[in-house]
Structure formats: C-alpha cells, structure tokens
Design a protein around this ligand. Structure first.
Ligand code: ZN
Length: 495
C-alpha cells in the first residue's frame, strides 16, 4: 500500500500594526490554489510545495492537496478567512484519510482575529483530528515567531536558512526527507523551541553578507555535527511587527527523541543571538542623502539600486507610501525606474486613458497618508499590462504573480510601475513584464527591504537602503505601541 500524505499550505506574515485586514480576497490576490490546481500551478517551481510533490513522487506517496494559500503581509487574518482555509485542511484530514503523514507549508507569523498563534492553532486542531501518531512536518519562514504550541503539535519544523529566502525548495525537501525517515521507522522526531528576551535579532536574519545570522548558523551547524541525535536546527529571526506575546528570535531543534541536552544547546544558541543584538550588516540612509549620492554617480556605471525599506509590502507595508517616490520625481535624474506603487485607482485611470495619453493624477498615499500623502503627478502612459508574469528567480522561481491591471507612467525622467495589487518588488519581472530592462537604467528603486538583493544586487553598482523613519516597516520599533509582547524585552525595555 502506498503511503497517503496530506499536503497543504496556509501562510501569512501578519503585521498587527497594519490597518488592512487580511481576507479571502487577499489570498486570491496572491495564491489560493485548491485540489488539482495545487500541482498544476506549483509543480516544477522553486516553492516548498514543489519540493513536497517531488518527494511524494520519489517515495511513491499518494497525496491529497486540499488547499495552498498565501497572501502578501498585512493586518490580522479575519476569523472567517481563517476558518475557511484552515477548515478545508481539517476537513480533508478528517474525511479523506487515513493519512500516514502530513506536509504543511506554513509561515509561522500568522495572527488571526481570534488567535495570536495562527499556526499553533491550526497544528493543534490537526493533531486533534489525526491523533497523536500521525507525523506532521511543516516548513516555516525564517521570520517565524515560533510558539511552544507549534513545536508541541508538530513533529518536525524546519525554517528557511537564507534571507533573501532562496532555499524554500531545499528546506521543504529536508522536511519531507525527515518525514520519510519517520515513516520508515528510522527516527522519532521531537521538536522544541527556545527564545530569549528579544523582539528583534540576528540582523533580521540577513544572509547576504557576513554577519550575526551566518555566525549563529555556523554555531548551529557545529552543534548538529557534534550531536548525531540532532536532526535539524533552525535559527528564526522572528517577525517584530507582530504585537503578540511570543514574538522574536528563536531556536528550533528537531531531535531524534527528546534529550535534555537539546534544550541546553538551544539556550546556548539563543545566548549567541543575544550577544550579537547590536550587530547589523546594513545601515539605512534618508532620501535626502540618497539623492545626493545619486547625483555623484559615475556616468555609465551599472545602476544604483534603492530599497524603499520603510514601506516594504513584504513586511506588511502598504506599498503606497510616497516618500521615496516623491524625492525621486523631484530629483528627476535620468533613467530612473520605480516598482511598484500600489494604486488600483491610478492603474484604472491609466487603462482608461490608454497608452500614449498624458494625464494628471494622484498617486498612492491612500491607505495611511501619515506615511506620505497622495502625490500629484503629470505623466504619460508608456505601457499598459495585465500585471501577470512568473517570477524568474532566484527567489520563488516559476511562481505566478498577478498584480491586476498595471501601468507604466512616465513622470519626467521617472518611469513608475503602478499595480492594482500589493506585492514586494523582489524580482526583475516587476519591471521586465512591462518592457523595462532594469540593467539598462541609472537608478532602480524597489519597495523591498532585503529580498530584492537576490535578483537586483547582481545588476547593481551599489545598493542604497532608504528609510526616512516613517513607514510601517521601518525598524524603529519604539514608534509602535506594543501591548501584548512579553516584557521586559530588547530593545523596548532592555538595553
Ligand atoms: Zn521571511
């Protein structure tokens, strides 16, 4: 008899300071695949689910794929939306078994209206349906806020080890391989989590330059090499924009059986994170300084890439803050491109006017004008698109994006890509699908904090991270009112 495996995904990184609720439309805007659509849309990509499917083929598993859902980071997931998607996973677990094992693609920082621990609540419900003996393996984002309940209810938790997240496939393959060994009776995995008194740490998890994350990961690798019973170690940077009790960096160890030495090892690694709490590999600058640096650019050099750090939709930023865009339009430097500003109304106006039309409109600043008011611009519609393309890597290569009706508006020297849906511009296709070759520009600006480096750093002469101190994803945490996180905590209370 082939083993029967439940494969599903339910992801969200919830920024509890966002005023945008996360509903079913938010999932439809990004990924909401059901049943046969799951392999049809994700097999052959660099996604976690593709790795699960490949493992199933390799091991001859029979799979059931009720739903895979992912939404761009935003506010709390509505209770109704949570119950719909989690309900589909739980119904499949209850009615389409018996199952030998489960592979879940989660994030680990989901907050819903009715629970601060979205993944822990799902895993507990799944455990209740399946009973204690069916092994559950799940992948997490490196920005997971891992809870004790998640560790208790899952047998195997493995997080990405890269930021930009370019190892989603590999991490899922690791989780699936551990599940296969469990099913073969080779191992009895036991997962535990340990965290410290930190809201933020390991340089947000960046692995693009030598720094604290790579150092702590190296310590974890040494630990694993010295302990054959340790099957997997994940260093989680946590997601600090979630005001929940268990927010912050953590260490997850999957051991073969439980052994008190694993918890001691995890505490030692948390100590390594604490010791490096002041270390950062990136220093942001204000837009005024960024423009001054752009004016000094050497003519003919490869593009300078600017990251709009404080309004990164990948961390819950609204994607319509206008601060950096306004500065670039005012500077009017040659061959400048910007992706993307989220503004469905402006995109619709461009589509109504048609390619070549001149028009005046207000751009962005609609969701919270405190992060930059709507920007009055006059420009020409250069290009209209349906906003659809496949990411071409290195991150999530092959995964489809649908930004909805989109447009390139040329404002002076600045070409602005306007989108009808919120996305982090982490891939060159955000420009290329609209006929803009980023490598041929002088200035390339993207709403992204770190993921853009995977695709854009190879094209760049220089990367500037811009943060004027505003924006929902600025890392000045003292600007936000935390009520639920455990206290005292670094950097809010503790030095
Ligand atoms: Zn992440």
């Amino acid at each position: 008899m082939p083993k029967r495996i439940l494969i599903a995904g339910f992801k969200h990184e919830t920024n509890t300071f966002s005023r945008l609720p996360t509903d079913l439309a938010s999932y439809r805007d990004r990924i909401l695949y059901r049943r046969a659509e799951v392999p049809a849309r994700l097999a052959g990509t660099r996604s976690e689910v593709a790795a699960f499917l490949d493992a199933a083929t390799r091991h001859g598993w029979q799979v059931v794929t009720p739903v895979v859902a992912d939404a761009t980071p935003s506010g709390k997931v509505t209770e109704e939306t949570y119950r719909v998607i989690a309900g589909e996973i739980l119904a499949a677990a209850a009615n389409e078994g018996p199952f030998d094992g489960v592979l879940l693609n989660l994030h680990g920082a989901m907050v819903a209206e009715h629970t601060d621990d979205g993944e822990g609540t799902l895993l507990a419900a799944l455990r209740e349906v399946l009973g204690p003996d069916v092994p559950i393996a799940a992948t997490l984002d490196l920005h997971a806020n891992v809870t004790e309940r998640m560790a208790e209810c899952a047998d195997i938790l493995v997080s990405y080890r890269t930021y930009p997240h370019i190892d989603q496939y590999e991490v899922a393959a690791e989780a699936a391989a551990l599940l296969a060994r469990t099913l073969a009776g080779e191992i009895r995995p036991h997962t535990q989590v340990t965290r410290g008194r930190m809201l933020d740490g390991v340089d947000h998890g960046r692995t693009s330059a030598p720094g604290p994350m790579l150092e702590v990961q190296a310590a974890a690798a040494r630990l694993q090499a010295a302990n054959p019973g340790i099957l997997s170690v994940s260093i989680n940077a946590g997601f600090p924009s979630a005001d929940i009790r268990d927010c912050g960096p953590s260490v997850v160890i999957v051991g073969d059986g439980d052994d008190p030495s694993y918890a001691a090892a995890a505490r030692a690694l948390v100590g390594e994170i604490w010791e490096r709490r002041h270390q950062h590999t990136v220093t942001s600058i204000g837009s005024r300084e960024a423009i001054a640096r752009l004016r000094e650019r050497r003519c003919g050099a490869k593009p300078t890439v600017l990251a709009d750090f404080a309004d990164n939709p990948g961390g819950g930023g609204y994607g319509d803050a206008t601060g950096l865009l306004a500065a670039l339009i005012a500077a009017d430097l040659p061959r400048t491109v910007f992706a993307t500003i989220y503004d469905p109304t402006a995109a619709a106006l461009c589509h109504a006017a048609g390619e070549g039309a001149q028009l005046q409109l207000l751009l962005g600043g609609a969701i919270d004008p405190a992060y930059g008011p709507p920007l009055a611009v006059t420009g020409q519609v250069q290009r209209l698109t349906d906003g659809r393309f496949a990411l071409d890597g290195p991150m999530s290569k092959g995964v489809a994006v649908d930004m909805g009706p989109s447009a390139v508006l040329q404002v002076g020297n600045v070409a602005v890509v306007i989108a009808s849906r919120r996305f982090q511009a982490l891939d060159t296709q955000f420009f290329r699908h609209a006929g803009i070759e980023p490598g041929e520009q002088e200035v390339v600006a993207v709403k992204s904090a770190q993921h853009f480096r995977a695709a854009f750093a190879p094209l760049a002469s220089e990367v500037l991270v811009v943060d004027d101190g505003g924006g929902l994803t600025s890392d000045n945490y003292r600007r936000f009112e935390y009520r639920n996180v455990r206290r005292p905590i670094y950097p809010l209370d503790l030095e």
